[in-house]
Design a protein around this ligand. Structure first.
Ligand code: DLL
Length: 435
């Protein structure tokens, strides 16, 4: 049984009615409270009365990251600051950070969404949970903390980093659960192996991982190396943080908390809505947030949506694991390439470690991709020839599956920096104006 079966298992028709009601209320709220939306709606001559069905959401304007930056720090906040009880922020890669202000009501909703996420992962009151997400402005640490606290768990807020200490605590406190980015989970697994600690023999049973794209292959790798179930959480600062979507024991897609977030998928070029099942950019409208509700926020994340009866009676629409961000999509020899596709293929090669980086450069007019990956220790002992043989094998595997020629470099053991948060997978060496 889910944490909140009233909403998680609500009959679809009733759920849609609920969403429509909340959508209308949100439109009315933002047009009254936020000048940015008030002006946009006025220009487009849209009022809450124009929203007669959920499909009418397509009449509304999109919101993009630069809108948040332009209104930094609190220009999109619908309430006076004295009603804001928390502010998180995400630094992103360039420019000013974007802020996420919360009223107490927003925080309570977020906690509810996180409780659903963690309960669906099989976490219960009796569990000792080790929270190795960054604690601070990043939403991961506090988001997971509060969700686990709501379940009544014993929370150990280790934060990210100090990997040896993570492992000692895991042993001493007998942690049942780990929260981390998938790349940090792998760093922990690797360090434990070096310390001759077999995590598979410890009580650790489940991890809830997210905040960056990771493939099914990576999930299996983590599950095997740690002897745990690797569950997933998805979310973004602009919408609350983690808690937007989560998978359940069947690990078959992520359920979107639909009573809080209305999801659409659009063609990233034309911005036209796409039917269920088609891949495109994920768009969210927050339905119940007070301080900073987002209207049709463009996530840049690429996935597809589908609805079918879910695990334990869940009715929420599901999304696939994120394939990648449209920002991270590379075009190599005319083929669209997401780093996750390369990751999936690398994980099929038994001679390499799941530690890789993609380097994009310019050769003449064309973009060129180099795959840097670490080999398993025995590869290095086997000498140069074996190394080249494996490089050829990987290049052939990528060519055979994706039709692109890449340069593969088996780098020295530990040459790729280990991640404690979001892994840096792509290094772009192209001149800025040619990207
Ligand atoms: O990463 C919130 C979060 C924290 C989610 C902890 C899950 C766990 P931001 O830093 O604002 O928020 O980054 C949001 O991260 O648009 C996606 O591109 C990516 N992302 C988040 N979760 C996943 C996931 C947090 N499960 C951005 N799979 C999003 C793939 C993810 N990408």
């Amino acid at each position: 049984m889910p944490w909140n079966d009233k909403f998680e298992c609500m009959p679809v028709e009733e759920l849609k009615k609920f969403q429509l009601q909340k959508l209308k209320e949100t439109i009315a709220w933002v047009s009254e409270k936020i000048p940015f939306y008030k002006n946009k709606f006025r220009e487009m001559r849209i009022t809450a009365e124009d929203i007669k069905s959920l499909e009418d959401v397509a009449k509304l304007p999109f919101t993009v990251k630069t809108d948040l930056r332009d209104n930094y720090p609190f220009g999109l906040c619908a309430v006076p600051l004295e009603e804001v009880v928390r502010v998180h922020a995400s630094s992103g890669t360039t420019g000013k950070p974007i802020t996420g202000p919360y009223t107490q009501e927003d925080l309570d909703q977020w906690i509810e969404c996180m409780a659903r996420t963690l309960y669906a992962a099989g976490i219960r009151k009796e569990d000792v949970v080790q929270n190795a997400y960054g604690h601070g402005l990043f939403t991961g640490g506090l988001g997971f903390h509060q969700g686990a606290a709501a379940l009544g768990c014993t929370v150990v807020p280790t934060g990210a980093g100090m990997t040896e200490r993570q492992i000692t605590i895991m042993q001493d406190f007998k942690s049942d659960v780990l929260f981390a980015t998938p790349s940090y989970a792998l760093t922990i697994a690797e360090r434990a192996e070096e310390m001759k600690v077999d995590i598979r023999k410890l009580p650790l049973r489940v991890g809830v991982f997210g905040a960056e794209p990771w493939t099914e292959g990576m999930r299996q790798e983590i599950e095997e190396r740690m002897g745990i179930k690797a569950q997933e959480a998805f979310g973004l600062t602009e919408l609350c943080g983690p808690g937007v979507a989560y998978d359940a024991a069947d690990q078959n897609g992520l359920y979107i908390n639909e009573d809080h977030f209305l999801a659409e998928v659009v063609d990233p070029q034309t911005l036209e809505p796409l039917p269920e099942g088609e891949k495109g950019e994920l768009i969210f409208t927050a339905l119940q947030r007070r301080a900073m509700p987002m209207i049709r926020y463009r996530t840049k994340d690429i996935t597809r949506l589908w609805r079918e009866p879910g695990h334990e009676g869940r009715t929420f629409i599901r999304m696939d694991k994120i394939y990648g961000r449209s920002d991270d999509m590379l075009i190599i020899s005319g083929v669209n390439v997401f780093p996750s596709q390369i990751e999936a293929l690398l994980l099929e090669i038994e001679e390499v470690e799941p530690q890789y980086q993609l380097v994009v450069s310019k050769k003449g007019y064309l973009d060129h991709l180099s795959v840097r990956v670490e080999g398993k220790p025995e590869i290095y002992e086997a000498g140069e020839d074996r190394r080249h043989e494996i490089e050829g094998k990987i290049a052939g595997h990528i060519k055979g599956n994706m039709g692109i020629g890449v340069n593969v470099e088996l780098v020295d053991a530990k040459a790729i920096a280990r991640s404690e948060g979001k892994a840096v997978r792509v290094i772009d060496e192209r001149p800025k104006q040619e990207r």
